[in-house]
Design a protein. Structure first.
Length: 93
């Protein structure tokens, strides 16, 4: 399991994922937007994180899929990147 820290100026989100590489990093930064970047990626069985938003990558994919219907700008790019992230995540399951 990877624990990926996404950082903005005021916030850190932790994403749990079975896969992490440069392409996953780029796709997460795409979906989080320009104000977020990957701060760290830790590989381990379990880490203890308190008081920080924590979500599985599968949960985020479900959320981003639901947002596709109202995505107006760059809908093709959004859908292409979402499908690629799904492929990467499903290859490890």
């Amino acid at each position: 399991m990877y624990y990926i820290g996404m950082r903005s100026r005021d916030d850190i989100d932790i994403i749990e994922s079975e896969v992490y590489n440069d392409e996953v990093k780029e796709l997460l930064e795409y979906f989080y937007g320009e104000y977020y970047s990957v701060l760290f990626a830790i590989r381990g069985d379990e880490i203890q994180i308190k008081s920080i938003y924590r979500e599985s990558v599968q949960g985020l994919i479900r959320q981003w899929k639901s947002e596709l219907s109202w995505c107006r700008d760059n809908k093709d790019e959004y859908e292409r990147n979402l499908n690629r992230l799904i492929e990467l995540v499903n290859d490890t399951v």
